[in-house]
Design a protein around this ligand. Structure first.
Ligand code: TYD
Length: 219
């Protein structure tokens, strides 16, 4: 079939689901199980992440997570990575009819660079429009959890990267940044209480995806 990928189906509408939340919210735990669940329902799934998802964007991710830089440099690198990721991974996968599951997308920029770093949200909106040309996730799963709970989980799990070394006040601002995005675009957000045990969070993930899929006749 012209235009169809090896496994993709050009006759099926691609769907774009992003996973968001502060570091330690537990979002990454649920991405692979959701991919399996979607595959068991006959969908082709593309798993990816931001910053990252292409060779170029993964190289930028390594710099972003390790190198000191100012907020403008950080923001421009995040959007440069996103542009490459959209052009060479996300948009082709959607055109092939895949469900794209993306671990973070632009809401993270509004939350971390906007809320956390205090970068001007008007400029972020301009960069967003320029880079994305109106493309937004169909559904955003926001794993919302109190920053002190997330900090305790991170301390038990891993060595911190440059963002994870920030203090509780930073993560309070990041959380507020997510809340502003949800308030501005409520139709695409599902807010999940990520302070619950993982099994309960997983049920909430499934409920959010099924509700959205039924409301918008995804399949
Ligand atoms: P994360 O996605 O949490 O990966 P891991 O689970 O391996 O830690 O890490 C990516 C970090 O990048 C996270 O701390 C948030 C940050 N980030 C931004 O600051 N802005 C962005 O636009 C994106 C996508 C991520």
């Amino acid at each position: 079939m012209p235009g169809a990928g090896v496994q993709g189906r050009a006759d099926v509408t691609g769907r774009f689901i992003s996973f968001e939340g502060i570091d330690g919210a537990g979002k990454s735990t649920h991405i692979e199980p959701l991919a399996e669940w979607l595959r068991s329902h006959g969908r082709t799934v593309r798993l990816t992440r931001e910053p990252g998802g292409t060779d170029l964007a993964e190289s930028l991710r390594a710099l972003l997570l390790a190198q000191p830089m100012d907020a403008l440099t950080e923001t421009l690198l995040v959007f440069a990575a996103r542009r490459d990721h959209l052009q060479r991974c996300i948009l082709p996968a959607l055109a092939d009819g895949a469900v794209v599951l993306c671990d973070r997308f632009t809401d993270a920029t509004f939350a971390y660079q906007g809320g956390g770093r205090g970068f001007d949200p008007t400029v972020l909106g301009q960069l967003e429009a320029w880079v994305q040309q109106g493309r937004q996730p169909d559904l955003t799963l926001w794993f919302d959890v109190a920053p002190d709970v997330a900090a305790a989980r991170r301390a038990a799990a891993r060595a911190p990267d440059r963002f994870e070394r920030e203090d509780l006040g930073f993560f309070e601002r990041v959380r507020a940044g997510y809340a502003e995005r949800r308030d501005a675009q409520p139709q695409r957000f599902a807010v999940l209480d990520a302070g619950q045990p993982p099994e309960r969070v997983w049920q909430a993930v499934l409920h959010a995806v099924q509700t959205k899929a039924e409301a918008e006749a995804w399949w």
